[in-house]
Design a protein around this ligand. Structure first.
Ligand SMILES: [Zn+2]
Length: 88
């Protein structure tokens, strides 16, 4: 994977919200012990767990499920509106 793809994969800054769209505001750096961390030039924040956001992943999965459920309910309501009821 080339370097630009790596930079695009970095999530937006959890502290100030800046993203890496076309700029290098967020970079990955290695500390003295060679542990990789992420640094934001905009707000000068850094984190070792920048891209690890379990709650965000769980919430996105729940949102997707709720969207599917909602679409299914809309379809069922439209069937009922058209008089396409189960007992016909
Ligand atoms: Zn920031």
């Amino acid at each position: 994977m080339d370097n630009n793809n790596e930079k695009r994969k970095l999530k937006q800054c959890p502290f100030c919200g800046v993203t890496n769209n076309g700029q290098n505001m967020i970079v990955e750096i290695y500390d003295e012990e060679l542990y990789k961390y992420t640094y934001c030039f905009n707000c000068k924040s850094s984190s070792y767990n920048w891209n690890v956001r379990h709650i965000e992943t769980l919430l996105n999965a729940e949102i997707e499920q709720l969207k599917k459920d909602n679409q299914l309910l809309v379809k069922q309501i439209n069937k009922i509106k058209k008089g396409d009821l189960l007992w016909k």
